[in-house]
Structure formats: C-alpha cells, structure tokens
Design a protein around this ligand. Structure first.
Ligand SMILES: *Cc1c(COP(=O)(O)O)cnc(C)c1O
Length: 414
C-alpha cells in the first residue's frame, strides 16, 4: 500500500453555521431540507441572516455618513440582489445586463452607478435615459456619453473614474501605479472634469478604486487616506467641488488557512479621523465605499453530492456532481497564483471528526477540477454532501457553467 498523502490545511469555515442531527445547517435549515427545497444538487445556498448581519456590522463600525454600495458582479442572483437593494445605499453595476437587474431589484436609478471599461452606446443610452451615474473610464467614453445625452435630450450624470498613481496591496500601498484599462490617469482627470462641466453634464464626482481582497487593515486605511488626498487635489486642480467620492473598497474575506478576518473597528476609527479633517474641497462631499465579496462571500455555501468514491495509488478521491464549472474560485483557477484549499466540509457529517485524507474533485475531465486537495475530513460515502464555504461571491456567475454541458447549479436564498 502506498503512503497516505500529507494533509493540506483547509480554509477557515466562516462563523454562523450550525449543526442539526449531525448535519450542517445554513440559516437554520438542515442541508437535506435545503436540497429538497431546491430539488437537486449542486446547489448554492445564501443566508439572508448572514447578509443582514454583515451589513449591520459594517454600518456599526464605519463612520455614519459613509454610504455602502454593493458591487453586484460578486453575486447578481435576483432574490439576493433584491434583499441587498433594501440593505445598502446603492448598487454598482458593470454592464447593461447588470443595470437592468439592479433596476428590476427595485434600486432607485439615482442610487445606481455604472463602472467598467468598454461601455457601448446602447449601455450608455440605457444609463443616461434612466438617470444612472456613469463612472467614466476614458476620454473616449466621456465623449460618447456626452453625445448620447445630446441625442436623448437628457443631461448625463457623470463621475470620473480615476486611475490613481497607487495600488492597494496586502502589504501596503504600492506607489508607482501604472497603465490600466480602468479609469483616466490621475493627471488627466482635471481636464476631464472641466469637459464634463463645460459640456453641461452633471458632474457627480470621482470614483477611485484601487484593489480587492485585502485583509490588511493598515493598508486599507492608508489607501483610504491616499484616496481622500488625491480627490481633494483633483477637485482643486479642476476648481470644482466633488459631490460624491467612492473611496474604494477592497475589504477581503478569509478564504485560506492562516487568513485572519478584517477587524473593521480600527479601520472605521481611522476613516472617521480622516473624514473629520478633510480639506475644504471635500467638506460637502458624500463618501461611499463599494464592496462585493465582503458583503456576500461568506453568506454562501456550495453543496454538491458525492457520486463516486475511488482510490488511485493509495489516494482517496471523492467525486462530486459539482465542480469548477460552478465554483471556479475554489478550484484555484480564478485570481489565485498558488492553489490552496477553500474551507470545505462533509455537510452531511458536519459534527463527525475527521479520519482520513481525501481529495474532493468535480466531474469535469480536467485535472484542474479539484474542490479540495488532500483534505483531512470525516469518512464520506456515495450520497454524502460536500459543502464548499465562501461561495457567496464570484461563484455561480464567475464560473464556466457551460463547460462540459452539466448545466448551471441551483440557487436558493434562505
Ligand atoms: C469588482 C469590483 C468591486 C468589488 O470587488 P470585491 O473584491 O468583490 O469587493 C468593486 N468595485 C469595482 C469597480 C469592481 O470592479
């Protein structure tokens, strides 16, 4: 018999889940009840309670005037989006399709902003005719948005997305910036603002977004302070007040072993201090933060059923009816350099102690389709349910669900 493989650590299971009759509960529901409700696996389940608690924690820790915006590309599932629309102050969309979903979820057009490079004329017209704020990504897009307003006889509401000269990095701000497809380079922003104003559009302010998935509160605070300084300088250079300022986002969640959740209290205090001393240029500004995964990521669980248990060269494989076509990120193929294990559990034996090292794989014919690599888990059989946590963001819609033709996963908000 070959040696049993060394176990590789799993990511931390987020708090808030329970156990009933030995199995995982999500939002108080037993996994079997959830699967019965959905009628099938694989299945994404999102907990409304977890979503509400997360927004409440953010409101509790961040300065009161800070508006919270949901970047819906993290999870556009319509029932979840409707819930989020009632919890947050605004929704950031990144396509015409998302814009229609946000309007359909009941978000007031004046509270929707539209970012993203390459907006086409139809998307610009949809935004202008609905009075949605466009975060302009280039001078070319600015010219087309202004032309669109003239054609429609509507005053476009335009904010400028700035490509700052700094980046958000886990270890602090990386100065130097560089070429990006996003936003207008900071030094050309004052001219763009002047164009917005002189062409009779409504100048809505600045959008400065520097990065995602940071668990480093010090780096985030430094980024926010840098954004405030830059916005004030740009307003001064254009001799224009800044009605609204998106001070970034980037709050991360712990996906991997050793990751620590962000403590928002010191970050909230630091931001409060910064806001208390903003220069005159920003005294009337409405500040907002734009978050995706931080709001929804830990509220979601991906459930898949084990359809085969096999051994190869001494290693045990649990083959599930799910895979990377639904949960690409957990397979390590969405924005990660080194593959590490997400938090994974045997949901149907949630309180059973681990007793063997197994790899949990999907059903796609590619070695990339691995949901957990050499994980220390309770013994599981065909029919058992695997849970992949941190599946609420960049899951169902960020995975190649058409690949191999198994079809999309079910989704449920409970
Ligand atoms: C993707 C994106 C977000 C959300 O990123 P998260 O890492 O999910 O918080 C926010 N703003 C913009 C402009 C984005 O492109």
């Amino acid at each position: 018999m070959a040696d049993a493989p060394q176990a590789k650590p799993l990511g931390p299971i987020p708090p808030g889940f329970g156990t009933e009759a030995g199995a995982l509960t999500i939002g108080g529901w037993h996994v079997n009840a959830l699967i019965d409700r959905a009628g099938r696996t694989p299945l994404f389940v999102y907990s409304a309670e977890a979503l509400r608690e997360r927004v409440a924690y953010l409101r509790d820790t961040m300065p009161a005037p800070l508006r919270v915006r949901y970047a819906m590309k993290a999870n556009p599932f319509p029932p979840l989006l409707r819930l989020m629309a009632g919890l947050v102050d605004g929704i950031d969309v990144a396509s015409g399709g998302e814009l229609r979903l946000a309007l359909g979820a009941g978000m007031a057009p004046a509270r929707i902003s539209f970012a993203g490079p390459g907006k086409d004329d139809d998307e610009l017209a949809l935004a202008v005719s609905n009075g949605v704020t466009i975060n302009v990504e280039s001078e070319g897009e600015l010219a087309r948005a202004l032309a669109c307003g003239r054609t429609l006889g509507r005053q476009p509401r335009l904010a400028i997305r700035v490509n700052p000269s700094f980046d958000l990095r886990g270890s602090g701000m990386k100065m130097g910036g560089g070429p990006k497809p996003f936003g207008i380079d900071a030094e050309r922003v004052p001219a763009a603002i002047r164009t917005v104003v002189s062409e009779g559009a409504e100048f809505r302010g600045l959008h400065i977004y520097t990065g995602s998935q940071s668990l480093d509160g010090t780096a985030l605070a430094a980024m926010q302070a840098g954004v405030l300084r830059l916005a004030a300088a740009l307003g001064d250079a254009a001799d224009t007040d800044v009605p609204e300022l998106t001070i970034g986002g980037g709050f991360g969640i712990p996906y991997f072993h050793g990751d620590r959740p962000l403590d928002l209290r010191p970050l909230g205090t630091a931001l409060e201090n910064e806001l208390a001393k903003v220069p005159p240029r920003l005294r009337g500004t409405v500040f907002s933060i734009e978050l995706g995964r931080y709001l929804v990521g830990e509220a979601g669980v991906y459930l898949a059923r084990i359809v085969d248990r096999k051994t190869s060269h001494g290693q045990i494989f649990l083959v599930t009816d799910g895979g990377l076509h639904h949960q690409l990120a957990a397979s390590g193929n969405f924005g990660t350099v080194v593959r590490r294990n997400y938090p994974v559990a045997i949901a149907s034996r949630f309180d059973t102690p681990a007793s063997e090292v197994v790899s949990v794989v999907g059903r796609l014919c590619t070695p990339l389709d691995r949901l957990a690599d050499s994980a220390w888990l309770p013994r599981a059989e065909v029919g058992d349910i695997v849970a992949v946590f941190c599946a609420g963001a960049y899951g169902a819609t960020a995975s190649p669900s058409a690949f191999l033709g198994h079809g999309p996963a079910a989704e449920l908000l409970v």
